[in-house]
Design a protein around this ligand. Structure first.
Ligand SMILES: NC(=O)c1ccc[n+]([C@@H]2O[C@H](COP(=O)([O-])OP(=O)(O)OC[C@H]3O[C@@H](n4cnc5c(N)ncnc54)[C@H](OP(=O)(O)O)[C@@H]3O)[C@@H](O)[C@H]2O)c1
Length: 229
């Protein structure tokens, strides 16, 4: 991967390019087409590339926990945490409905028990079912209070969060002012169609100014790293 900004360079060391200071932080990772589509055929794989997949995995290994919304888990049939040097980072799923199958790969194909962040209004029977396969954490009453949820993760020693979407979870995090950084892959594809943007579900505007940290490039894919100012 080569760097275009701030200073052009070939064959960038990704680990130092994506280094973060120690302590609590939420980094969000997304891919989008050039026209802003967040999926192709309902999935993100059509926006990815070998370099994007390598970065996706690197960002996981540089984090303590993977945070993901239940919609993405269902759409992408998420697999549990399996890779990672000193043990893979656990996956924490955010869900109000708890419409998650305890026999899904997320819970069965994993080396680390997943965490489910939910709220008090979630169906009690589904909660009981999931308690046998996951660490179920109740944070908030009607919705998941993400500030409380991130606090519960930090109490477990999981302070560096990589959020892998999807758009509704990103919207909830942005609305709560909890995002520190966005890593955005722009795929060289004009997607068309009806796919949404990387943020969804927000009625009010957020207008968070972002600072461009770097632009990397590989095979026409752009890798943008933004910090929230
Ligand atoms: N291009 C990319 O990089 C990328 C990345 C991720 C996903 N995607 C795509 O995005 C699509 C899925 O979008 P999505 O917006 O539905 O995904 P999502 O944000 O992963 O899931 C939404 C669900 O997460 C739960 N949730 C989010 N915030 C919550 C809160 N504050 N409190 C309680 N529950 C909360 C709810 O789960 P329940 O419904 O269980 O209550 C909600 O319905 C898929 O097509 C996927 O391929 C693309």
């Amino acid at each position: 991967m080569r760097r275009l900004l701030p200073d052009p360079a070939g064959d960038v060391d990704l680990r130092s390019a994506y280094a973060v200071p120690p302590g609590r932080q939420v980094r969000v990772n997304f891919a989008s087409s050039v026209d802003g589509a967040v999926s192709v055929d309902g999935r993100s794989s059509g926006l990815s590339s070998d370099a994007d997949r390598a970065l996706f995995h690197l960002l996981r290994t540089m984090s303590d926990v993977v945070l993901v919304g239940a919609g993405t888990v269902r759409a992408e049939n998420y697999v549990g945490a399996r890779d990672g040097g000193n043990g893979p980072p656990p996956i924490a799923v955010v869900s109000r409905s708890l419409d998650l199958d305890p026999a899904a790969r997320l819970f069965t194909e994993t080396r680390v028990k997943p965490i489910v962040l939910t709220c008090g209004s979630a169906p009690a029977n589904r909660r009981r079912q999931l308690e046998s396969v996951a660490d179920v954490v109740v944070a908030g009453e009607v919705d998941v209070d993400l500030r409380l949820g991130l606090g519960a993760l930090a109490e477990r020693g999981l302070a560096r969060v990589i959020c892998e979407g999807g758009p509704h979870l990103f919207g909830s995090l942005a609305a709560a002012g909890l995002v520190n950084e966005l890593c955005l892959t722009v795929a060289p594809l004009l997607a068309g169609g009806t796919a949404g943007r990387i943020v969804a579900g927000l009625v009010s505007e957020v207008r968070d100014p972002m600072r461009l940290v770097h632009v990397l490039e590989d095979d026409g894919h752009l890798f943008l790293r933004y910090a929230v100012r």
